[in-house]
Design a protein around this ligand. Structure first.
Ligand SMILES: NC(=O)c1ccc[n+]([C@@H]2O[C@H](COP(=O)([O-])OP(=O)(O)OC[C@H]3O[C@@H](n4cnc5c(N)ncnc54)[C@H](OP(=O)(O)O)[C@@H]3O)[C@@H](O)[C@H]2O)c1
Length: 325
Protein backbone atom coordinates (compact mmCIF):
# COMPACT_ATOMS: atom_id res chain seq x y z
CA UNK A 1 0.00 0.00 0.00
CA UNK A 2 1.00 3.64 -0.45
CA UNK A 3 1.75 5.66 2.67
CA UNK A 4 3.15 9.08 3.46
CA UNK A 5 6.03 8.50 5.86
CA UNK A 6 7.81 10.61 8.44
CA UNK A 7 11.29 9.09 8.80
CA UNK A 8 12.83 11.86 10.92
CA UNK A 9 11.33 14.91 12.64
CA UNK A 10 11.24 17.89 10.32
CA UNK A 11 9.04 20.11 8.14
CA UNK A 12 6.25 18.73 5.95
CA UNK A 13 8.58 18.86 2.92
CA UNK A 14 10.63 16.01 4.43
CA UNK A 15 7.69 13.56 4.27
CA UNK A 16 8.01 10.84 1.61
CA UNK A 17 5.46 8.72 -0.23
CA UNK A 18 6.42 5.02 -0.32
CA UNK A 19 5.02 1.56 -0.95
CA UNK A 20 5.01 -0.41 2.30
CA UNK A 21 3.31 -3.60 3.50
CA UNK A 22 -0.23 -3.34 4.88
CA UNK A 23 -0.64 -3.34 8.67
CA UNK A 24 -1.95 -6.49 10.36
CA UNK A 25 -4.90 -5.74 12.67
CA UNK A 26 -4.50 -7.07 16.22
CA UNK A 27 -7.35 -8.86 18.07
CA UNK A 28 -8.92 -5.58 19.23
CA UNK A 29 -8.28 -3.64 15.99
CA UNK A 30 -9.91 -3.09 12.64
CA UNK A 31 -8.12 -2.66 9.33
CA UNK A 32 -9.49 0.41 7.57
CA UNK A 33 -9.39 1.08 3.82
CA UNK A 34 -8.87 4.83 4.03
CA UNK A 35 -10.97 6.95 1.64
CA UNK A 36 -10.30 10.34 3.21
CA UNK A 37 -8.20 11.63 6.10
CA UNK A 38 -8.87 14.85 8.01
CA UNK A 39 -5.97 17.23 8.67
CA UNK A 40 -5.72 18.66 12.18
CA UNK A 41 -3.26 21.00 13.87
CA UNK A 42 -1.59 18.12 15.76
CA UNK A 43 -0.44 16.78 12.34
CA UNK A 44 1.72 19.91 12.00
CA UNK A 45 3.27 19.20 15.41
CA UNK A 46 3.69 15.41 15.33
CA UNK A 47 6.00 15.49 12.27
CA UNK A 48 8.20 18.08 14.02
CA UNK A 49 8.46 16.10 17.27
CA UNK A 50 6.50 18.83 19.09
CA UNK A 51 3.37 16.83 19.95
CA UNK A 52 2.60 14.95 23.15
CA UNK A 53 2.88 11.64 21.23
CA UNK A 54 6.13 10.72 19.45
CA UNK A 55 5.50 7.55 17.41
CA UNK A 56 8.49 5.38 16.44
CA UNK A 57 9.94 6.02 12.94
CA UNK A 58 8.86 5.58 10.28
CA UNK A 59 5.25 6.58 10.88
CA UNK A 60 2.48 8.13 8.80
CA UNK A 61 0.89 11.30 10.16
CA UNK A 62 -2.88 11.71 9.97
CA UNK A 63 -4.97 11.64 13.15
CA UNK A 64 -8.38 10.75 11.74
CA UNK A 65 -9.88 8.98 8.77
CA UNK A 66 -13.03 7.73 7.14
CA UNK A 67 -13.34 4.66 4.97
CA UNK A 68 -14.50 1.07 4.75
CA UNK A 69 -13.69 -1.76 7.18
CA UNK A 70 -11.45 -4.30 5.41
CA UNK A 71 -11.00 -6.74 8.31
CA UNK A 72 -11.70 -6.96 12.05
CA UNK A 73 -9.80 -8.59 14.90
CA UNK A 74 -11.67 -11.34 16.76
CA UNK A 75 -12.55 -9.08 19.71
CA UNK A 76 -14.23 -6.38 17.61
CA UNK A 77 -18.03 -6.73 17.70
CA UNK A 78 -19.63 -3.42 16.73
CA UNK A 79 -18.49 -3.16 13.08
CA UNK A 80 -17.86 -5.69 10.31
CA UNK A 81 -16.03 -5.79 6.96
CA UNK A 82 -17.74 -3.57 4.41
CA UNK A 83 -19.07 -1.06 6.99
CA UNK A 84 -18.51 2.68 6.39
CA UNK A 85 -16.74 4.03 9.45
CA UNK A 86 -14.88 7.03 10.82
CA UNK A 87 -11.86 6.51 13.04
CA UNK A 88 -9.61 8.42 15.38
CA UNK A 89 -6.16 7.03 14.68
CA UNK A 90 -3.77 9.46 16.39
CA UNK A 91 -1.43 8.97 13.44
CA UNK A 92 -1.28 6.64 10.44
CA UNK A 93 -4.22 7.92 8.37
CA UNK A 94 -2.20 9.42 5.49
CA UNK A 95 -1.99 5.94 3.98
CA UNK A 96 -4.18 3.60 1.96
CA UNK A 97 -4.80 1.42 5.02
CA UNK A 98 -4.49 1.88 8.77
CA UNK A 99 -5.02 -0.45 11.74
CA UNK A 100 -6.98 1.18 14.57
CA UNK A 101 -8.38 -0.01 17.92
CA UNK A 102 -12.08 -0.86 17.60
CA UNK A 103 -13.05 1.55 20.40
CA UNK A 104 -11.84 4.45 18.25
CA UNK A 105 -14.11 3.51 15.35
CA UNK A 106 -17.72 4.63 14.78
CA UNK A 107 -20.16 3.90 11.95
CA UNK A 108 -20.67 6.87 9.63
CA UNK A 109 -24.29 8.05 9.75
CA UNK A 110 -26.35 7.58 6.58
CA UNK A 111 -26.18 10.67 4.39
CA UNK A 112 -22.65 11.69 5.44
CA UNK A 113 -19.96 11.29 2.77
CA UNK A 114 -16.38 10.12 3.43
CA UNK A 115 -14.82 13.59 3.16
CA UNK A 116 -17.25 15.07 5.67
CA UNK A 117 -16.85 12.09 8.00
CA UNK A 118 -13.05 12.45 7.87
CA UNK A 119 -13.43 16.11 8.81
CA UNK A 120 -15.99 15.64 11.57
CA UNK A 121 -14.79 13.57 14.54
CA UNK A 122 -11.90 15.54 16.00
CA UNK A 123 -13.25 19.06 15.56
CA UNK A 124 -16.92 18.54 16.46
CA UNK A 125 -16.05 15.99 19.17
CA UNK A 126 -13.66 18.48 20.79
CA UNK A 127 -15.94 21.50 20.56
CA UNK A 128 -19.02 19.62 21.79
CA UNK A 129 -17.13 18.28 24.81
CA UNK A 130 -15.70 21.74 25.48
CA UNK A 131 -19.03 23.58 25.34
CA UNK A 132 -21.19 20.91 26.97
CA UNK A 133 -19.19 19.10 29.65
CA UNK A 134 -16.50 21.72 30.34
CA UNK A 135 -18.31 25.08 29.95
CA UNK A 136 -21.91 24.01 30.59
CA UNK A 137 -22.90 26.63 28.00
CA UNK A 138 -26.49 27.82 28.51
CA UNK A 139 -29.02 29.20 25.99
CA UNK A 140 -28.79 33.00 25.90
CA UNK A 141 -25.18 33.12 27.11
CA UNK A 142 -22.53 34.90 25.07
CA UNK A 143 -19.86 32.63 23.56
CA UNK A 144 -16.66 34.19 22.21
CA UNK A 145 -14.77 31.89 19.80
CA UNK A 146 -11.13 32.70 18.94
CA UNK A 147 -9.65 31.29 15.72
CA UNK A 148 -13.28 31.03 14.69
CA UNK A 149 -12.69 30.01 11.06
CA UNK A 150 -10.29 27.16 11.93
CA UNK A 151 -11.17 23.49 12.39
CA UNK A 152 -12.24 23.38 16.04
CA UNK A 153 -13.19 27.09 16.05
CA UNK A 154 -15.74 26.82 13.25
CA UNK A 155 -17.24 23.72 14.86
CA UNK A 156 -17.55 25.71 18.11
CA UNK A 157 -19.43 28.50 16.28
CA UNK A 158 -21.96 26.03 14.87
CA UNK A 159 -22.39 24.05 18.09
CA UNK A 160 -22.69 27.27 20.11
CA UNK A 161 -25.56 28.37 17.85
CA UNK A 162 -27.19 24.93 18.07
CA UNK A 163 -27.02 25.21 21.90
CA UNK A 164 -28.79 28.58 21.79
CA UNK A 165 -25.88 30.90 22.59
CA UNK A 166 -25.14 34.32 21.12
CA UNK A 167 -21.87 33.71 19.26
CA UNK A 168 -19.12 36.29 18.76
CA UNK A 169 -16.60 34.98 16.23
CA UNK A 170 -13.06 36.39 16.35
CA UNK A 171 -10.41 35.78 13.69
CA UNK A 172 -7.44 37.41 11.95
CA UNK A 173 -8.99 38.61 8.66
CA UNK A 174 -12.22 39.73 7.03
CA UNK A 175 -12.17 36.65 4.75
CA UNK A 176 -11.90 34.30 7.71
CA UNK A 177 -14.70 36.15 9.52
CA UNK A 178 -16.94 35.80 6.49
CA UNK A 179 -16.58 32.02 6.85
CA UNK A 180 -17.60 32.23 10.53
CA UNK A 181 -20.55 34.44 9.62
CA UNK A 182 -21.78 31.90 7.07
CA UNK A 183 -21.57 29.29 9.85
CA UNK A 184 -24.00 31.37 11.91
CA UNK A 185 -21.90 33.75 14.02
CA UNK A 186 -23.96 36.70 15.32
CA UNK A 187 -21.08 39.19 15.71
CA UNK A 188 -17.57 39.40 14.29
CA UNK A 189 -14.25 40.73 15.62
CA UNK A 190 -11.12 41.05 13.48
CA UNK A 191 -8.33 40.84 16.06
CA UNK A 192 -5.67 41.77 13.54
CA UNK A 193 -7.31 45.19 13.14
CA UNK A 194 -8.75 46.03 16.58
CA UNK A 195 -8.43 45.28 20.30
CA UNK A 196 -10.22 42.06 21.21
CA UNK A 197 -10.91 43.34 24.73
CA UNK A 198 -12.41 46.65 23.58
CA UNK A 199 -14.56 45.03 20.90
CA UNK A 200 -15.92 42.40 23.30
CA UNK A 201 -16.74 45.16 25.78
CA UNK A 202 -18.63 47.10 23.10
CA UNK A 203 -20.60 44.06 21.94
CA UNK A 204 -21.58 42.96 25.46
CA UNK A 205 -22.45 46.32 26.99
CA UNK A 206 -19.32 46.13 29.16
CA UNK A 207 -20.26 42.73 30.63
CA UNK A 208 -17.78 40.50 28.78
CA UNK A 209 -18.29 37.03 27.32
CA UNK A 210 -19.72 34.24 29.47
CA UNK A 211 -17.75 31.51 27.73
CA UNK A 212 -14.51 31.97 25.78
CA UNK A 213 -13.30 29.18 23.49
CA UNK A 214 -9.54 29.51 22.96
CA UNK A 215 -7.64 27.22 20.55
CA UNK A 216 -4.99 29.91 19.90
CA UNK A 217 -3.33 30.85 23.21
CA UNK A 218 -0.43 33.35 23.32
CA UNK A 219 -1.24 37.07 23.26
CA UNK A 220 -4.90 36.41 22.42
CA UNK A 221 -5.38 34.45 25.65
CA UNK A 222 -3.90 37.40 27.57
CA UNK A 223 -6.52 39.70 26.05
CA UNK A 224 -9.35 37.19 26.21
CA UNK A 225 -9.10 36.56 29.95
CA UNK A 226 -9.55 40.31 30.42
CA UNK A 227 -12.78 40.14 28.33
CA UNK A 228 -14.54 37.52 30.45
CA UNK A 229 -17.84 38.09 32.23
CA UNK A 230 -18.60 37.58 35.92
CA UNK A 231 -18.81 33.79 36.49
CA UNK A 232 -17.28 33.26 33.02
CA UNK A 233 -15.50 30.12 31.80
CA UNK A 234 -12.41 30.30 29.60
CA UNK A 235 -11.83 27.06 27.72
CA UNK A 236 -8.16 26.17 27.18
CA UNK A 237 -8.34 24.19 23.92
CA UNK A 238 -4.95 24.69 22.24
CA UNK A 239 -1.99 26.88 21.44
CA UNK A 240 -1.98 27.30 17.66
CA UNK A 241 -0.08 30.58 18.09
CA UNK A 242 2.85 28.59 19.47
CA UNK A 243 2.97 30.14 22.97
CA UNK A 244 1.47 28.59 26.06
CA UNK A 245 0.25 31.60 28.06
CA UNK A 246 0.60 32.15 31.80
CA UNK A 247 -2.21 33.45 33.99
CA UNK A 248 -2.05 36.02 36.81
CA UNK A 249 -4.68 34.22 38.89
CA UNK A 250 -6.04 37.44 40.41
CA UNK A 251 -7.85 37.86 37.06
CA UNK A 252 -9.82 34.69 37.76
CA UNK A 253 -10.55 35.90 41.31
CA UNK A 254 -11.80 39.32 40.21
CA UNK A 255 -14.36 37.85 37.78
CA UNK A 256 -15.30 34.76 39.77
CA UNK A 257 -14.17 33.07 36.57
CA UNK A 258 -12.88 29.58 35.78
CA UNK A 259 -10.08 28.63 33.41
CA UNK A 260 -11.07 25.17 32.24
CA UNK A 261 -8.88 22.62 30.45
CA UNK A 262 -10.26 20.65 27.51
CA UNK A 263 -8.71 17.32 26.44
CA UNK A 264 -11.20 15.58 24.21
CA UNK A 265 -9.08 12.49 23.42
CA UNK A 266 -8.72 11.68 27.11
CA UNK A 267 -12.42 12.39 27.75
CA UNK A 268 -13.41 10.01 24.94
CA UNK A 269 -11.30 7.26 26.54
CA UNK A 270 -12.35 7.89 30.14
CA UNK A 271 -16.04 8.62 29.49
CA UNK A 272 -16.92 6.68 26.32
CA UNK A 273 -20.67 6.69 27.02
CA UNK A 274 -20.73 10.49 27.40
CA UNK A 275 -18.69 10.85 24.22
CA UNK A 276 -21.12 8.57 22.37
CA UNK A 277 -24.06 10.65 23.61
CA UNK A 278 -22.30 13.78 22.36
CA UNK A 279 -21.92 12.22 18.90
CA UNK A 280 -25.56 11.11 18.83
CA UNK A 281 -26.51 14.76 19.38
CA UNK A 282 -23.98 15.96 16.80
CA UNK A 283 -25.20 13.48 14.18
CA UNK A 284 -28.81 14.52 14.88
CA UNK A 285 -27.90 18.21 14.42
CA UNK A 286 -26.05 17.31 11.22
CA UNK A 287 -29.10 15.45 9.88
CA UNK A 288 -31.29 18.48 10.76
CA UNK A 289 -28.93 20.76 8.81
CA UNK A 290 -27.79 22.65 11.93
CA UNK A 291 -24.17 21.58 11.40
CA UNK A 292 -22.65 22.05 7.95
CA UNK A 293 -19.00 20.93 8.14
CA UNK A 294 -16.89 22.99 5.75
CA UNK A 295 -14.24 21.10 3.79
CA UNK A 296 -12.54 24.01 2.04
CA UNK A 297 -9.69 22.12 0.34
CA UNK A 298 -8.83 18.53 -0.60
CA UNK A 299 -5.39 17.22 -1.57
CA UNK A 300 -4.31 13.86 -3.02
CA UNK A 301 -2.06 11.65 -0.87
CA UNK A 302 1.10 12.72 -2.71
CA UNK A 303 0.37 16.32 -1.67
CA UNK A 304 -0.17 15.60 2.03
CA UNK A 305 2.67 18.01 2.83
CA UNK A 306 0.73 20.89 1.22
CA UNK A 307 -2.33 19.90 3.23
CA UNK A 308 -0.36 20.02 6.50
CA UNK A 309 1.27 23.32 5.52
CA UNK A 310 -2.11 24.93 4.87
CA UNK A 311 -2.75 24.62 8.63
CA UNK A 312 0.82 25.28 9.76
CA UNK A 313 0.98 28.47 7.68
CA UNK A 314 -2.36 29.76 9.02
CA UNK A 315 -3.99 29.62 5.57
CA UNK A 316 -6.69 26.99 6.12
CA UNK A 317 -10.35 27.73 6.76
CA UNK A 318 -12.72 25.07 8.03
CA UNK A 319 -11.21 21.68 7.30
CA UNK A 320 -8.56 20.43 4.92
CA UNK A 321 -8.85 16.80 3.83
CA UNK A 322 -6.44 14.37 2.18
CA UNK A 323 -8.42 12.31 -0.32
CA UNK A 324 -7.00 8.82 -0.71
CA UNK A 325 -9.62 7.01 -2.81
N1 LIG B 1 -7.85 20.17 23.50
C1 LIG B 1 -8.23 19.29 22.61
O1 LIG B 1 -8.80 18.25 22.92
C2 LIG B 1 -7.94 19.60 21.17
C3 LIG B 1 -8.50 18.83 20.14
C4 LIG B 1 -8.24 19.22 18.80
C5 LIG B 1 -7.41 20.31 18.54
N2 LIG B 1 -6.84 20.99 19.59
C6 LIG B 1 -5.97 22.14 19.39
O2 LIG B 1 -6.75 23.22 18.89
C7 LIG B 1 -5.90 24.07 18.11
C8 LIG B 1 -6.54 24.32 16.76
O3 LIG B 1 -6.58 23.11 16.01
P1 LIG B 1 -7.28 23.06 14.56
O4 LIG B 1 -7.09 21.68 14.05
O5 LIG B 1 -8.62 23.64 14.64
O6 LIG B 1 -6.29 24.05 13.75
P2 LIG B 1 -6.59 25.08 12.56
O7 LIG B 1 -7.72 24.60 11.73
O8 LIG B 1 -5.28 25.33 11.91
O9 LIG B 1 -7.07 26.40 13.34
C9 LIG B 1 -6.21 27.11 14.17
C10 LIG B 1 -6.55 28.59 14.15
O10 LIG B 1 -5.62 29.23 15.02
C11 LIG B 1 -5.35 30.53 14.55
N3 LIG B 1 -3.89 30.80 14.65
C12 LIG B 1 -3.33 31.82 15.34
N4 LIG B 1 -2.01 31.80 15.23
C13 LIG B 1 -1.70 30.76 14.42
C14 LIG B 1 -0.47 30.24 13.92
N5 LIG B 1 0.71 30.79 14.25
N6 LIG B 1 -0.51 29.17 13.10
C15 LIG B 1 -1.69 28.59 12.80
N7 LIG B 1 -2.89 29.03 13.25
C16 LIG B 1 -2.90 30.12 14.05
C17 LIG B 1 -5.84 30.62 13.10
O11 LIG B 1 -6.91 31.56 13.08
P3 LIG B 1 -6.64 33.12 12.86
O12 LIG B 1 -5.70 33.28 11.71
O13 LIG B 1 -8.00 33.63 12.61
O14 LIG B 1 -6.04 33.60 14.18
C18 LIG B 1 -6.40 29.23 12.79
O15 LIG B 1 -7.63 29.29 12.11
C19 LIG B 1 -4.53 23.38 18.05
O16 LIG B 1 -3.68 23.94 19.02
C20 LIG B 1 -4.86 21.94 18.39
O17 LIG B 1 -3.75 21.25 18.92
C21 LIG B 1 -7.10 20.65 20.88
Amino acid sequence: MKAVLCKAFGPAESLVLEDISSPEPKKNEILLEVYAAGVNFPDTLIIEGKYQFKPPFPFSPGGEAAGVVAAVGEKVQHVKPGDRVMALTGWGSFAEQVAVPGYNVMPIPAGMDFETAAAFGMTYGTSMHALKQRANLQPGETLLVLGASGGVGLAAVEIGKAMGARVIAAASSAEKLEVAKRAGADELIDYSASSLKEEVKKLTGGQGADVIYDPVGGDLFDEAIRSIAWNGRLLVVGFASGRIPELPVNLALLKGAAVVGVFWGSFAQRQPQDNLANFQQLFAWHAEGKLKPLVSQTFPLERAADAINALGQRKAVGKVVVKIR
